[in-house]
Write a protein that binds this ligand. Structure first.
Ligand SMILES: [Zn+2]
Length: 233
């Protein structure tokens, strides 16, 4: 069973990097992507492409639209997305894009699919270093969720493992690992060209939303050109 892993793939930089790490650790990968009513479907299309490039055994798009309600501009059309000129402008509080209970729901469904595919490992690209902002991306939450899922499924806290290899990494370190896990730069560019991170749904990224600002900073700090920049207007 150790040779199987279930990857929660959003189609973004972090989940793709996590999938690359999982590819090294598992013989078989199963992917799931959530269609949760997010305004932009571009990230779902990205996830489909990445799952094919990484030879996932299966990739399921799980539709749960209109279940989550939130003021987050990711799902609420009335609210405008915050834009930043640099990462210095991002405050340390809860990010306005945060959707309460989203990751709790995603990991719950992921555990169901993991069991279905006989996997005991769930890979999730959550990361504590994203300027706080998301309480459900912290290690303390993931550890607690892992225990709860295990207890709820089998009676044992350790039944399911949630691997979050990016948890303590900065975006710069994350880019470095992604490069290392690819066969070469050609493969890295081919895969990362398809990733989508921008909260504004703009191909190539708007460069100003929370997700774009952090992604751009990581690539700039390590001195690698992000393959999505070729699409930026
Ligand atoms: Zn953006």
């Amino acid at each position: 069973m150790k040779n199987k892993g279930l990857v929660v793939l959003s189609g973004g930089q972090d989940s793709t990097t996590t999938a690359l790490i999982a590819r090294k650790e598992c013989k078989e990968l199963y992917g799931i992507t959530f269609d949760y009513g997010q305004k932009h479907k571009i990230e779902i299309k990205a996830a489909v492409k990445i799952s094919k490039l990484l030879n996932f055994k299966t990739h399921e798009i799980i539709k749960i639209p209109n279940i989550l309600k939130s003021s987050s501009p990711l799902i609420n059309k009335k609210n405008k997305l915050e834009k930043y000129n640099s990462s210095k402008e991002i405050s340390r509080g809860i990010e306005p894009t945060f959707i309460p209970s989203r990751n709790i729901l995603f990991l719950t469904i992921a555990s169901n699919r993991a069991i279905f595919h006989s996997c005991r490992i769930i890979y999730a690209g959550v990361c504590e270093e994203d300027y706080g902002g998301y309480p459900d991306c912290r290690k303390v939450f993931i550890d607690s969720m892992e225990n709860s899922l295990g207890l709820g499924i089998s009676g044992s806290k350790k039944f399911i493992k949630i691997k979050t290899p990016l948890m303590k990494l900065t975006k710069k370190e994350s880019v470095k690992i992604a490069v290392k896990k690819c066969k070469n730069m050609k493969e890295f560019n081919k895969i990362f060209k398809e990733t989508h991170t921008c909260y504004d749904g703009i191909k190539g990224g708007c460069g100003k939303c929370h997700a774009c600002v952090l992604r751009d900073r990581g690539f700039n700090e390590i001195g690698i050109s992000d393959p999505i920049w070729q699409f930026r207007k």
